[in-house]
Design a protein around this ligand. Structure first.
Ligand SMILES: Cc1ncc(COP(=O)(O)O)c(C=O)c1O
Length: 492
């Protein structure tokens, strides 16, 4: 017996926790964004560092919506305030503008022991929740928002999973069914697998720029009623991976549908600041709900989510976010508060960052000009890259791409020749996984196969972020073009 086996004293009996007896729900969880293609990309990077010769010198990653990992610079104001919050001795430093110091002081005085190293209340720091409520009111043209309905969170992911957990109940045919868009952001399918919920797919309409079709919602819900109890409808707007921005009319129709069918609405609005197409505009579910009058605004239950990870901020690592709940039963709200209390609180630096996002420098403050310049530059670059991506892909025979109206992704449809499909089957691979793996190995481009997000049977896609810097994005697009033509030729 090895020394280590003797030390832990259990190996001779075998492991207590094995693949056979571990939580089966966890085994069902899949998350393609960091799946096999990504893992292979990490391996290739290591091989390149070790001097292995490849047809490329670096792996270009366009698989994940992580802006700063792709070179986007954090905004000066955010980092200055966070620096002072972390190390208050810097308050004496004359390099920091006075409004930065005031913000840091305000945040620190709301923290236990004046330190961002202290736990906060579980719902989040009160003055930050007040700022979030004011932000929502301004965003929604005056629709009232109460800090009591705001829950700060560890990124949006945490709040989404928490809400789904609250909504899970029943056995067999009574299990909670959750309607999710296909293609979807795989957090939803993963959380449902983990929590034992029933996933109800509704398909977005690719031919209409990934619009949400009420007839399709009706089809999906009536089919699902045979094996579960549909209680939740999730909407991602602007969309990931599909980059669409839903119209106001569509949102109104969805709310009407939710009321008719007695569904709890989950509105994932983390890309609310990422809208590029002319004629597209972000409408929050909360605003539209209140504009539809008390018949809706006092009955339909809604939780909506926002995050510091996206928009112009890209501050994914801080794990900041919030959820606003509307018409939640007060007794359930108490249960929600209990549930979030178990995990003590969201990270306080993330809460501080969220505060700056919802309460940016005002025009009469010294940091305003730089803040606006930096914010505008990031958003203008994203808008430019959204256009460039759509235009380039649509010049490649066998690739069709909807406009990237918003968010940070494109989800083009690719024609994969039958012989390539057969080859993939022979290798036991899904055809778009085979395509993306070949693209990675041959061109060093890391994307995510469409199958990781769901797609209509018989269609193939990939998801690409528009986040690489413009010059690198041009290279990525050019290499995908060359690969696609070569791949098609090889199998024709
Ligand atoms: C639609 C959508 N929702 C939620 C998230 C989670 O974001 P975070 O937990 O970083 O706030 C993402 C991340 O990519 C996303 O695309």
């Amino acid at each position: 017996m090895s020394q280590q086996q003797q030390q832990n004293g259990v190996s001779h009996r075998g492991k207590v926790l094995t693949l056979d007896n571990m939580n089966p729900n966890v085994k069902r969880v899949e998350y393609a964004v960091r799946g096999p293609i990504f893992l292979r990309a990490v391996e290739i990077e290591k091989e390149l560092r070790e001097g292995v010769k490849k047809p490329f010198t670096e792996v270009l990653k366009a698989n994940i919506g992580d802006a700063q990992a792709m070179g986007q610079k954090p905004l000066t104001f955010f980092r200055q305030v966070l620096a002072l919050c972390s190390y208050p001795e810097l308050m004496e430093d004359s390099k920091f503008p006075v409004d930065v110091k005031q913000r840091a002081q305000r945040i620190l005085s709301a923290c236990g022991g004046h330190s961002i190293g202290a736990y906060s209340s579980s719902q989040g720091i009160e003055c930050i929740r007040q700022d979030v409520a004011r932000y929502i009111e301004t965003r929604d043209g005056g629709t009232p928002s109460s800090p009591d309905n705001i829950f700060l969170s560890t990124g949006a992911s945490d709040a989404i999973v928490t809400m789904l957990k609250l909504l899970m109940s029943g056995e067999g045919h009574d299990r909670t069914g959750v309607m999710i868009p296909i293609p979807q952001y795989p957090l939803y399918s993963a959380a449902l697998a983990d929590l034992g919920g029933v996933q109800i797919n509704y398909y977005l309409n690719e031919d209409k720029c990934w619009a949400l079709d009420i007839a399709e919602l009706r089809r999906a819900i009536s089919a699902a009623r045979q094996n579960c109890s549909p209680r939740v409808l999730c909407i991602i707007n602007p969309g990931n991976p599909t980059g669409q921005v839903q119209t106001r009319q569509c949102i109104e129709d969805v709310i009407r549908f939710a009321k008719e069918e007695r569904l709890f609405l989950l509105a994932d609005e983390v890309y609310q600041g990422n809208v590029y197409s002319e004629g597209s505009e972000f409408h929050s579910f909360k605003k539209v709900l209140f504009e539809m009058g008390p018949e809706y605004s006092s009955t339909v239950e809604l939780a909506s989510f926002h995050s510091t990870s996206k928009c112009y901020m890209g501050e994914c690592g801080f794990r900041g976010g919030y959820m606003e709940v509307i018409n939640l039963d007060p007794m359930v709200k108490a249960q929600l508060l209990k549930l979030v209390s178990v995990r003590l609180c969201p990270p306080v630096p993330g809460q501080a960052l969220l505060d700056l996002v919802v309460n940016p420098p005002q025009p009469d403050e010294p940091s305003h000009a730089t803040f606006m310049k930096e914010k505008t530059e990031v958003l203008a670059a994203l808008a430019e890259k959204a256009r460039l991506t759509e235009q380039t892909f649509n010049t490649v025979p066998g690739i069709t791409c909807n406009p990237v109206q918003g968010a940070m992704y494109t989800f083009p449809r690719i024609t994969i020749p039958q012989k390539a499909i057969d080859k993939a089957k022979e290798l036991g691979q899904i055809p778009d996984m085979y395509y993306c793996m070949r693209l990675l190995n041959e061109e060093g481009i890391c994307l995510v196969p469409g199958s990781g997000f769901g797609q209509r049977e018989g269609t193939f896609h990939f998801r690409m972020t528009i986040l690489p810097p413009t010059e690198k994005l041009k290279i990525v697009l050019q290499r995908i073009r060359e690969f696609h033509l070569r791949f098609t030729q090889e199998f024709s």
